[in-house]
Design a protein around this ligand. Structure first.
Ligand SMILES: Cc1cc2nc3c(=O)[nH]c(=O)nc-3n(C[C@H](O)[C@H](O)[C@H](O)COP(=O)(O)O)c2cc1C
Length: 443
């Protein structure tokens, strides 16, 4: 779980979409039809866009809809960034320093967005970042995210701070990855890793940028705290957001009972309302590379570290036999002022060797994703917009988000003059000062 302040209002207005006035995206029509391509419908059999998603033309549009749907403390928790939100802002600003140098007349009729991670083919170069307590913002949120991702064949990382048993998620979506926050004792870490392996997960993601609990000032400002405590404010929020109360909160209580933290340990954790919840998130100060070495000896699947920013740490991860890293500042939700992952990507990539290099924090557009791939990332994860999509539209909402982003990438690839993601490289970019220096330093 992260923490922080109220959401970024600048992100809440629909951005310029690159679509015509009735909302059609360029470049995704079947070849040779001459017909203008339509806004993508969610993939799959039931491809009708639910009414509440019809005005959602881009990922950023989900935020406004979620602000209306969710009680203020919950929306505030998802939108949060820490303290001054400096990292959060720069996560977006960095993309303006990178421009494209498109190729022309290259016959882009055979475009494919497929990519390979750890020997498996995925349909898209983007996936869903782990997010805690998604079953509080969306009914059975972890399942909605995992099933939409499975259906579209992209990576979903299930958070360890979740309210649905990991066994249940991997059963319906077997290619889901599991993200762990490490417990505070080696025996408990080993027991959790054992449980994840027995459940059948093939990839374990260990988040390493949360040594201590971050400043929760911005959560408190919007009234979000764990444990959840009944209060007049919460009651009022419920009364003023009846759709969320009936479709998510009451439905969860009636069908499944009071949610517990299910996956922080090998055994079931505390209920959401328990005063002992905070204790379970503390006490990680002493974790170090020795814990990663022990996990590496025990875990035979793919091991990924999430939250690396320093090339030196990437190097140490590699020496510990880690298979992949996610370059991330946690979406600006941990150390305020931590550098944007995009700024460090070239330098990290330069020392990563055989490790798979992935990235998250601030990605909202197909063009953002292509910029990261051109700088050496192999995969991009996105957090908040998928959380909002699940909150307002459940699995159909997430499918809509995936379909829109996929259509953007398809169009962007055509306009960039490429047929495959492996054609992306720095030669297709025009870089601003600081990033240019990073690349020159790294190469
Ligand atoms: C509501 C929320 C909860 C999160 N919970 C977790 C978590 O449990 N584990 C984790 O590793 N990262 C967590 N994160 C961070 C995301 O995995 C990811 O790094 C971040 O959201 C990416 O930035 P973006 O939201 O700008 O795409 C959370 C983020 C959000 C928004």
């Amino acid at each position: 779980m992260g923490a922080g302040d109220m959401g970024e209002r600048a992100m809440s207005k629909p951005e310029a979409t690159g679509r015509d006035p009735i909302g059609r995206a360029g470049g995704s029509a079947p070849q040779g039809t001459g017909a203008p391509p339509a806004v993508p419908a969610p993939a799959g059999p039931a491809a009708r866009v639910p009414r509440r998603l019809r005005r959602v033309y881009a990922l950023a549009d989900f935020e406004d809809a979620a602000r209306r749907h969710l009680p203020k403390p919950l929306f505030g928790y998802v939108a949060a960034a820490t303290e001054t939100r400096a990292s959060f802002r720069d996560n977006r600003a960095v993309f303006d320093e990178i421009q494209f140098l498109p190729r022309v007349l290259t016959d882009v009729s055979r475009r494919s967005q497929e990519t390979t991670l750890f020997g498996r083919r995925w349909a898209q170069p983007f996936g869903i970042a782990p997010m805690g307590v998604t079953a509080l913002t969306a009914y059975r949120g972890d399942l909605a995210l995992a099933q939409a991702a499975a259906q579209a064949n992209l990576v979903d990382i299930m958070s360890g701070s979740s309210l649905i048993r990991l066994e249940e998620v991997v059963q319906v979506a077997p290619n889901t990855w599991f993200q762990a926050y490490l417990p505070n004792e080696p025996q408990r870490i080993a027991a959790l890793v054992d449980r994840v392996a027995k459940a059948g997960f093939g990839t374990l993601v260990v988040t390493v940028d949360t040594a201590v609990v971050q400043n929760r000032e911005n959560n408190l400002r919007v009234g979000f705290k764990t444990p959840l405590q009944p209060s007049f404010r919460l009651l009022w929020e419920g009364l003023t957001h009846p759709a969320w109360v009936t479709s998510t909160f009451l439905r969860t209580l009636l069908v499944h009972g009071m949610p517990h933290f299910e996956n922080n340990f090998a055994e079931r954790g505390e209920p959401l309302v328990s005063r002992k919840v905070d204790r379970d998130f503390a006490g990680r100060e002493h974790l170090d590379w020795g814990d990663i070495a022990r996990i590496r000896r025990q875990w035979t699947g793919n091991l990924v570290l999430k939250g690396i920013l320093r090339p030196q740490d990437a190097q140490i991860a590699r020496e510990h036999g880690v298979d992949g890293i996610i370059v991330s500042n946690h979406g600006g939700r941990q150390l305020d002022g931590a550098v944007s992952p995009m700024r460090m990507l070239p330098a990290v990539k330069a020392v990563a060797g055989d490790m798979t290099v992935m990235i998250d924090s601030g990605f909202r557009r197909g063009t953002d994703i292509l910029k990261a791939l051109a700088l050496g990332a192999q995969y991009v994860f996105i957090g908040r917009p998928f959380n909002y999509a699940a909150a307002i539209g459940g699995e159909a909402g997430v499918r809509h988000a995936i379909a829109m982003l996929s259509a953007e990438i398809r169009a962007d690839m055509g306009l960039l003059g490429i047929n495959g993601l492996d054609e992306l490289g720095p030669d297709l970019l025009h870089l601003g000062g600081s990033l240019r220096r990073e690349i020159d330093r790294a190469c």
